[in-house]
Ligand binder design. Structure first.
Ligand code: ATP
Ligand code: MG
Length: 425
């Protein structure tokens, strides 16, 4: 990545596919284009129809390309879902340089060593995030480059995903004619974007309430500690509106976007709208208060489930509280409902860039943020950061190349173990 580079993220969500174009210009980062398209082929955050998903990706990317008048060929792709797993790992290598100065290559090797973990055959590593480096027993090092040492260790979090889900995602993007530069765990990128350093250190929960899913991620000691996805989101609210008002889902969604309010107390009884009822051609009038009476309990339920899930993950009150993102957080009154249900400090995060000031854009902008941060760390221009990443080029242009790549990129377990020991000796 040079000083004047363009990078593109792709967030394939249940309701929208979003392509965001970022530009790095002499060290400053800006969003220069955004393309979005209604999502077809995704249900509850998972790809259920490859061809429809490809079409949605194409229209989002075409939209972004038209805006900036460039051709997009490579993208950073967001991934999330209930198939994601995190596990901690430890890697050790001997510093290779004769003068014992730790370099890029040592960091790559130690992260590779941390990747050597037993894993079921249906899972694949998406990313390895360094929590801390240890040089000759000295702990808490975020960037060991340039230090002198004999023994380099890393404590890392390995992010894994189901092979089938990863395959489907890569297949869709490649079928759209795009090369996948890398996969980025959405809550990791969004957390890096939306959480302050203190929030990440003290402990906090990032909650992304999308359309078909709600993803939560716990950050502790500066890094991601747990993540989970619930199959519930804004569609749950829309469906209930459709039942409550006895109207079609499409109309319920429109009404929600225009008049939706999550808090009965702040809904206006004088704001009225009409909907066509199923099985009748006569429109019926409702007030915003009627609508809020349907919405509020559903939004409460989402936050109750979030709280339960945080408990199930083994966390109680986290001092940094809850940071909320996702399109559903655009609804008036959600913050108040969240504050009441989560009984903790709660805020809504919005990306601070022109054109994407909406909580629904946190994922897409977070993916870009993660990509830039990793490149900066790798090229040594970073502010101290513990995150590093293996530079995997996931593009698989044809099956033969794909086979070749995966065999060179992912040696067998024994081979990796052997490499690790040879590095240690
Ligand atoms: N102003 C608004 N008021 C109420 N709901 C809104 C508003 N804007 C967006 N939403 C809701 O937000 C949801 C979309 O959020 P988002 O774009 O984050 O989801 P997604 O990424 O497509 O889905 P997911 O992450 O679940 O796969 C939809 O349910 C939509 O109705
Ligand atoms: Mg989403």
């Amino acid at each position: 990545m040079s000083n004047n580079d363009i990078i593109v993220s792709l967030d394939i969500g249940t309701s929208k596919v979003r392509a965001i174009i970022g530009e790095i210009n002499n060290g400053t980062f800006n969003i220069i284009g955004v393309g979005s398209a209604d999502s077809e082929g995704i249900r509850k955050g998972a790809i259920v129809d490859i061809d429809q998903t490809v079409q949605s990706i194409r229209s989002a990317v075409d939209h972004a390309e038209r805006m900036v008048e460039i051709q997009i060929s490579e993208v950073y792709v967001g991934i999330s879902g209930n198939h994601i797993g995190l596990q901690t790992s430890h890697g050790v290598v001997a510093v290779s340089n004769e003068d014992r100065e730790i370099g890029e290559e040592d960091i790559d090797r130690v992260l590779k060593a941390a990747e050597v973990v037993a894993m079921p055959p249906d899972r694949e590593i998406i990313d390895v995030v360094a929590k801390q480096f240890i040089v000759d027993g000295l702990e808490g090092i975020s960037d060991p480059r340039g230090m002198i040492g004999v023994r380099l260790e890393v404590e890392a979090t390995i992010i894994t995903g189901a092979k089938t889900a990863i395959h489907n995602l890569l297949r869709c993007v490649e079928k759209s004619g795009l090369k996948v530069k890398d996969l980025v765990l959405i809550p990791l990128g969004a957390g890096q974007l939306a959480l302050s350093k203190d929030e990440k250190t003290m402990g906090s929960v990032l909650v992304d309430v999308g359309a078909g899913s709600t993803t939560l991620a716990v950050f502790e000691e500066g890094s991601i500690a747990a993540t989970s996805t619930l199959p519930i989101g804004g569609d749950f609210v829309t469906n209930d509106i459709a039942y409550g008002l006895r109207t079609l889902t499409d109309q319920a969604e429109k009404v929600k976007l225009k008049y939706g309010c999550a808090l009965i107390d702040s809904a206006a009884p004088e704001v009225v709208f009409k909907v066509t009822r199923i099985g009748s051609n006569v429109d019926k009038e409702f007030t915003q208060e009627d609508l809020a009476a349907i919405v509020e309990p559903r939004v409460q339920e989402i936050f109750q489930l979030v709280r339960q899930e945080v408990k199930r993950l083994g966390y109680n009150e986290l001092p940094g509280g809850y940071i909320l993102t996702g399109g559903t957080m655009s609804m008036p009154g959600v913050l108040e409902v969240a504050q009441a249900e989560l009984a903790s400090s709660v805020r809504i995060a919005v990306p601070d860039f022109i054109g994407v000031r909406d909580p629904g854009f946190c994922s897409g902008v977070g993916i870009l943020h993660n990509a830039i941060k990793n490149v900066r760390v790798r090229s040594g221009g970073a502010t101290a950061s513990s995150n590093n990443k293996k530079p995997v080029n996931r593009a698989k242009p044809n099956p033969a190349a794909a086979a070749q790549e995966s065999s060179s990129e992912k040696p067998g377990f024994l081979e990796r173990l052997k490499n690790m020991f040879s590095e240690l000796i």
